[in-house]
Structure formats: structure tokens, C-alpha cells
Design a protein around this ligand. Sequence first.
Ligand SMILES: Nc1ncnc2c1ncn2[C@@H]1O[C@H](COP(=O)(O)OP(=O)(O)OP(=O)(O)O)[C@@H](O)[C@H]1O
Ligand SMILES: [Mg+2]
Length: 215
Amino acid sequence: MSDADTDHADTHHTAARAGAAGGGKPALRRALLAARAALTEDEVRRGAEALTRHALELPELTGARTVAAYVSVGREPDTRALLDALRERGVRVLLPVLLPDNDLDWAAYEGADRLSRAGRGLLEPTGRRLGPDAVTAADAVLLPGLAVDRRGARLGRGGGSYDRVLARIEASGARPARVVLLHSGELLEGEVPVEPHDRPVHAAVTPEGVHRFTA
Ligand SMILES: Nc1ncnc2c1ncn2[C@@H]1O[C@H](COP(=O)(O)OP(=O)(O)OP(=O)(O)O)[C@@H](O)[C@H]1O
Ligand SMILES: [Mg+2]
């Protein structure tokens, strides 16, 4: 392990302790975002290659006709190669469009040249909006997160957008695989703080591989 890897792991352990120490969601988010900001370009690039490879091998994705996903921004694990690979397989890929109240609408991914800049540094699909319920047709949902713990509890950025999506899917009776894409070190040993509205996920993919949860 290089010094950079060691530093990186240490930063994430600090993040895990911040959550376990009762700092709550805001403290844990700050620590995780600081760890992401400290990632080198090379770590980000190599991590994305490995993560894309593992994600494409997920049985939940190989059989899927419709996959809800998202366009990564900033220091999120890079999803762009994954989106193109899924589309090339003939999968219908749905991407979110952030609404003013933080809920999500959806539109089909039609290629990188059919994305436009939106608020908060996001990229959104330019195609026809299908409505917030469109996500309930997905066979698998890839969702962003800052961390997931060993129970499958997920910490997002705090808008509650994806908790709404997960609640909507649950209410519809659909049971798609729900998979979070993470950097190394973001699958935490300590517990992510949970509130009643938080919905667990089935799996997390990191550059190291796929981690499934029983909850
Ligand atoms: N189904 C819902 N309808 C409306 N608001 C909700 C719903 N679920 C969660 N929220 C609100 O979203 C806010 C943020 O929730 P939380 O801290 O769990 O965000 P998060 O999971 O980190 O973010 P995200 O889901 O966007 O990644 C909370 O104030 C919560 O009340
Ligand atoms: Mg939540």
C-alpha cells in the first residue's frame, strides 16, 4: 500500500469515527466530503474504471431492461462510462432531473451530448420528462451516496431526494435492486445515523467489488 492509500484509508476511518461518535449526519457528511476532496485524480480515475467493471457484471444489471442511474458530478464516483456501456447494451437508462422541491423527475439518457448544465453543478438529460413515477418502472436503481454501512443504511447529501425515490418505489410495489456506487473506504464499519424516513439499499459497489446487505 502506498502512503497515499494509507492517508486515504485514515481519512475514511476518521469519517467513520465521526459518525460513530454521535456527531450525527452533518458531521459524517463533512468528514466524507473532505475525504472525497482529498482524492487524487489518479485515485478517482482508477477507482472509476474498477467500479464500472464491477457494476457491469452485477447480475441485477445484466438482466435489466430499464435502469435508473445518475450522472456523476464533482468528486462522485464517475458514472459516465457506465451510462454509455448500459446504453450500448440496449438498456433504457433513466436519469434524474432535480425539481425545485428536491423531488426527482426522470428522462431517458440519449448520450453525453444530450446532457445540459442544471443548477447545483448537475447535468440533466434534455429529453422528454417522464414524471417522478417513471422510476418505478426500473429493474435496478443505481443511486448516489456518501457512505453505506454494513446494514445497507445509506447517507446521501441531505436533500432527501433519494429517500423520496425509494419511498415511491416501495409504495408502488416494485422491487428493483437498489445499488449505491461508492469510493474505497465509504463502506463504513461504523453505523450511518438513520432516521425513520431513511430506506436501506441492497448493495454497494466500490472499486474493490460488490457488497450485498441482508437487511
Ligand atoms: N419521502 C419524503 N418526503 C419528503 N421529504 C423527505 C422524504 N424522505 C426524506 N425527506 C426529507 O429529506 C431531508 C433529508 O433527508 P436525509 O438526511 O435522509 O437525506 P439523505 O438521504 O442524506 O439525502 P438524499 O436522499 O437526497 O441522498 C429530511 O429533512 C427529510 O425529512
Ligand atoms: Mg436519507
